[in-house]
Design a protein. Structure first.
Length: 137
C-alpha cells in the first residue's frame, strides 16, 4: 500500500522562505497521517513557454533546486514537462490530471502569491482551486 501524498506545487526556484513555508505545510499534513511530502515543479519554467521573450531568469539549476527541496523536506520531486499542451489544461480538468498523475494524492499546498498565477489565466484559476475534491479524502 502506498502512503498518502501531500503535494506542494510551484516553481521553487531559489527555495526561499516562502517556498519553505509551503513545504512546511505539506510536511505538517504528512506528519499528521503518516504520508509523504512531494513537490510538483515544472521544467522548463512556465515563463519560458508562455513568455519566451521575457522569461524569468533562474537562480538554481535543476540539481541545485532538487538538493534544496530535499533539504527542506521533500521526499518526492516530480518535474513535469511544461509545454503548450500542459498549459492548455483547463482549470476544471486540472484536479483530475493531478489525481491521475498522483493516485495517492491527499492534499495540495501552494503559496498565496504563487508564480502559477503570473503565468496565465488558466494557471491563476488552478492556483485558487488547490483544495482536492472531497472524494479524494
Amino acid at each position: 500500500m502506498s502512503l498518502p501524498l501531500h503535494l506542494a506545487i510551484g516553481a521553487f526556484d531559489g527555495v526561499h522562505l516562502g517556498h519553505r513555508a509551503v513545504l512546511h505545510s505539506a510536511r505538517e499534513a504528512a506528519r499528521a497521517d503518516g504520508g509523504i511530502v512531494g513537490v510538483l515543479t515544472y521544467d522548463p519554467h512556465p515563463s519560458k513557454v508562455l513568455r519566451p521573450e521575457s522569461s524569468v531568469p533562474l537562480i538554481f539549476t535543476r540539481a541545485q533546486k532538487d538538493d534544496r527541496l530535499t533539504e527542506a523536506g521533500a521526499q518526492l520531486i516530480h518535474h513535469e514537462k511544461f509545454d503548450r499542451a500542459h498549459a492548455g489544461i483547463e482549470a476544471a480538468d486540472f484536479p483530475e490530471w493531478l489525481k491521475q498523475t498522483f493516485p495517492h494524492l491527499k492534499s495540495l499546498h501552494v503559496g498565496p502569491t504563487s508564480n502559477m498565477a503570473a503565468d496565465g489565466p488558466a494557471m491563476a484559476r488552478r492556483s485558487s482551486r488547490m483544495a482536492p475534491p472531497k472524494a479524494w479524502a
